[in-house]
Design a protein around this ligand. Sequence first.
Ligand SMILES: Cc1cc2nc3c(=O)[nH]c(=O)nc-3n(C[C@H](O)[C@H](O)[C@H](O)COP(=O)(O)OP(=O)(O)OC[C@H]3O[C@@H](n4cnc5c(N)ncnc54)[C@H](O)[C@@H]3O)c2cc1C
Length: 424
Amino acid sequence: MNARRPRVIIVGAGFGGLFAAKTLNNKAVDVLLIDRHNYHTFTPLLYQVATSALDPSEIAYPIRSIFRGSSNVDVLLGDLTDINPEKQTISVRTNGDERTEAYDYLILATGSEVRYFGDKSIREHAFELRNLPDTTRLRNHLLRRFEEASWEPDADKRHALTTIVVVGGGPTGLETAGAVHELFNDVLAREFEDSDLQARVVLVEASPDLLKPYPENLRQAALEQLQSLGVEVVLSNPVVAVSDDEVTLGDGMKIPTKTFIWSAGVKASPVVEMLDVDVSENGRVFISPTTEVIGHEHIYAVGDMAYLENEQGDDYPMMIPPAQQQGQLAAKNILADIAGKAQNNFKYIDRGIMATIGRSRAVAWLYNRIPLRGFIAWVVWLIFHLMTLIGFRNRLNVLINWAWYYFTYDRSVRIILESPKEKD
Ligand SMILES: Cc1cc2nc3c(=O)[nH]c(=O)nc-3n(C[C@H](O)[C@H](O)[C@H](O)COP(=O)(O)OP(=O)(O)OC[C@H]3O[C@@H](n4cnc5c(N)ncnc54)[C@H](O)[C@@H]3O)c2cc1C
């Protein structure tokens, strides 16, 4: 009789979990890949769905399709609800039922979520950009506000409807501010020809700098590019309160608005709490250089939820490349452990960082050595993102949409898609 093959459960089919599963695909282990969504999301382009440039299906890919034909990877649609390290089991809520699954090795890759720093008014009023449902909600809201503004006779109310406040000077904040500005002032304004509708987009950052990890000259280039686009940038001024009608900043400045987009804080997925271990300041679980959770045998954690420091004592950024590389390493280390071999330590291959600020504008810091800005950085950004999207059909569709927008200034997905119950 054949011996039972070791069973590896991976929770999360984002960047870390997917790379772990791909590494274990067709190897001598049984793999169960669990996610609460039936698709993998390409997060860097979420803001493009929210601003009507892309359709949700173009940045998502069904998990089952990725492993079609696999001899050893099973997929389960469900929500992880509990981990029992003593019994080596987990609980998963699937369609109302709770099921228990046993593992020999567990890889946790459940990512991160928005952090509001305990502020209730921010939490209540914020639009966030974490997943596809968030993006369609924001898209519906933006398009509806513009429709309302075109029929609003009161000038102050009209301006509030077309003022958008984006909080957070990281790449997502910049990209969203740039794209919202272009959606309103380049695309929609041309279709409301009888009105004087113009959007005011304000990017607010609590610290003195945008894009903190970038060198000074690229931060300055990003600021200038945003301003040349028409985005107002407010630095060193935190949001202190948000209401239905306005955002209040630390220096007392009030911005009348109906749209408040929060991209200023991230913390680890709450799955970490199931492990009953100490965590970092933003809730990440401490892992060893082999990616094993400190304090738990046979449990690995990778990506945004995991905390590991490099040789300089800095934690690895909550970004796609560390998640992918840690996912691969966790899988390889499990195979090594099964074979009785030594496990390897994490060595990060850092290819740099980049952010786009709208059509033809971007900054890139390639291999943390080569600074690029403007059109050339934007072209590099386009090529890189097209190459890393999953699926040929998605790549082709995105390329066509981008080219169409580039030459016509038309965004195809301007659809308010909501049931009457969802109307805000
Ligand atoms: C809007 C936005 C833009 C970004 N842009 C960039 C960028 O340009 N470049 C870059 O490098 N990084 C970017 N990031 C960061 C990047 O997305 C993350 O660092 C990366 O996704 C982390 O990978 P991960 O595998 O840890 O988590 P994720 O990719 O987030 O995957 C987590 C998975 O776990 C699933 N999950 C969560 N909880 C449960 C549960 N209880 N049960 C079952 N499944 C669960 C989720 O559905 C998800 O599929 C961006 C993030 C956002 C939100």
